[in-house]
Design a protein around this ligand. Structure first.
Ligand code: ZN
Length: 164
């Protein structure tokens, strides 16, 4: 799987790719020149919704993908099809949505003072980012994540049928 570089408009989408285990660098604010430089020196695929930036990347011979998907499931399906990304969350492969570093399981006892009391009582499985220390659990947002991925899988399957 390639390593990605997402442009400044793709903050939320970057989180999805990281949950799916992709290595993605994202800058909230960076000039187009800076993005092109990082894509080139770090050998990353540039993901962008900016047609001009995309053309500049291509003219430099960089690997870039212009995202056409309008909704989140559409965009996920588009990238998954193009780069053969499995649309299943394997937490052992997931990366921190916030910073992109690997996450690892952490014992419940160790997160007592790191999560809200209600969360601590309700959940038993926790993960922590090896870099920024953010703690994760499969909370209520988990259902929305799997729902969105199911929509993306349906789109992927339908596209596959329509365009063998
Ligand atoms: Zn992190």
């Amino acid at each position: 799987m390639p390593r990605f570089l997402a442009d400044g408009m793709l903050g939320r989408f970057t989180r999805w790719l990281r949950i799916l285990g992709c290595e993605v660098t994202y800058f909230n604010e960076a000039s187009d020149d800076r993005l092109l430089e990082v894509a080139e020196t770090e050998d990353r695929v540039l993901l962008t919704r900016d047609q001009e930036l995309f053309q500049r990347a291509k003219s430099r011979g960089l690997d870039a993908h212009y995202l056409k998907g309008q909704t989140t499931p559409e965009t996920i399906a588009e990238v998954a099809r193009h780069y053969q990304i499995r649309l299943e969350v394997d937490v052992s492969l997931s990366r921190c949505p916030t910073c992109g570093s690997p996450i690892r399981p952490i014992a419940k006892a160790e997160v007592r003072d790191k999560v809200p009391t209600g969360t601590f009582k309700q959940y038993d499985a926790f993960w922590i980012c090896t870099s920024c220390g953010q703690v994760y659990w499969r909370g209520s947002h988990w259902n929305r994540i799997t729902e969105t991925l199911t929509q993306a899988k349906t789109l992927l399957r339908d596209q596959h049928v329509a365009n063998p």
